[in-house]
Design a protein around this ligand. Structure first.
Ligand code: HPA
Ligand code: ZN
Length: 335
């Protein structure tokens, strides 16, 4: 089963590229750019990754992103992630990035997007991995700042499939960003939003009804509202669930308490994802393996989750069919 999970073709739909920055690369970029880090060793960095909620993680995560300065830095970070995808049989990935984390430090959007696009083009050609970029607005900043960011990004529209909403959830409801998302939809972007990670089920409902999202990121707290679950099932609105992240940030006390397989069995279109793998102790395969180890995920459930990851992706119909076919061939060949 472990080997079956590791080799299974899969897609990742919820990964913050800044959250893939491993301490080793953080130090290298810090040295290269003359940026001091408040740590002297990789071990010290890892020891600091002890979080008790979303905010305690975000504080250290934004600090880590300070080492990112040039187009080459964004390339190196993205390329490192895509190589890890290759090693884990992730054949399609949809990558979040937080432009405001960088533009607020005076880094140009052309460096951020340019580096990521170059890495992704290389990955398509050299690693056979397809990918999309999703630009997230930081919800702890104003809707005005999000609107400004959207406008700045319009020249790069062809590189960006959708927009999302992340950062501190509590007290920052989706409804605050209604106008920005309306504009994004009018410009042809798809929409997603983090909701129901720490925030209440009402935020999930707002994301669906006011932001017209195609997927909910996290969404695990939907289980507190039976009518909401029914709506998500009826419309087959995918949830991009991140098990290791949820346990690290104490959304659930331990993996055996996680509700992901219950959500799956309720008929929800659930997917497995890594969120910020450099911070939460594992990449995508480690998330699947945790479900096998602590929740007794069956082979059939693992296949269903992987199939969902392709079906919930923002690829075209033909590409989607090819990805699903790749999974089916794998399942058949493994007997
Ligand atoms: N939640 C909200 N914002 C984030 C996260 C998350 O899990 N990871 C990176 N930004
Ligand atoms: Zn996230």
């Amino acid at each position: 089963m472990i080997e079956f999970i590791e080799k299974m073709p899969k897609a990742e739909l919820h990964i913050h590229i800044e959250g893939s920055l491993e301490p080793e690369l953080m130090f290298e970029l810090g040295r290269r750019n003359g940026i001091d880090l408040p740590f002297t060793t990789v071990e010290e960095v890892r020891a600091a990754y002890r979080f008790d909620n979303l905010q305690s993680f975000l504080d250290i995560y934004y600090q880590g992103a300070n080492v990112l300065q040039t187009e080459q830095d964004f390339f190196d970070m993205t390329w490192a992630y895509l190589q890890r995808c290759r090693a884990r049989n992730i054949i399609h990935t949809e990558i979040f990035f937080d432009p405001q984390t960088h533009t607020d430090r005076g880094i140009g959007l052309e460096a951020v997007i340019g580096g990521m696009v170059r890495a992704r083009d290389d990955a398509r050609e050299k690693l056979g991995i397809s990918s999309r970029l999703i630009m997230c607005f930081l919800r702890h900043l104003s809707a005005g700042s999000a609107m400004e960011t959207l406008q700045q990004a319009l020249p790069y529209k062809k590189y960006i499939i959708g927009v999302g909403l992340d950062s501190s959830e509590a007290g920052h409801p989706p409804e605050d960003f209604r106008l920005v998302f309306e504009r994004a939809l009018a410009e042809g972007f798809l929409t997603v939003a983090h909701a129901g990670e720490e925030g209440p089920p009402a935020y999930i409902r707002q994301a669906v009804e006011l932001l017209h999202v195609s997927r909910i990121d996290h969404g695990v707290r939907c289980s507190e509202d039976a009518e909401l679950v029914k709506l998500l099932v009826d419309r087959q609105i995918p949830l991009t669930v991140c098990p290791l992240s949820n346990v690290k940030l104490r959304v659930f006390d331990k993996m055996s308490d996680h509700n992901i397989l219950n959500l799956l069995e309720s008929g929800l279109k659930v997917t497995v994802n890594s969120d910020d793998p450099a911070y939460f102790g594992g990449y995508l395969n480690e998330n699947y393996l945790a479900l096998y180890r602590d929740l007794n995920m069956t082979r059939e459930q693992a296949i269903r989750l992987a199939r969902n990851s392709f079906e919930a992706s923002f690829t075209g119909e033909q590409e989607k069919q090819a990805l699903v076919a790749c999974l089916e061939r794998y399942v058949q060949a493994s007997g």
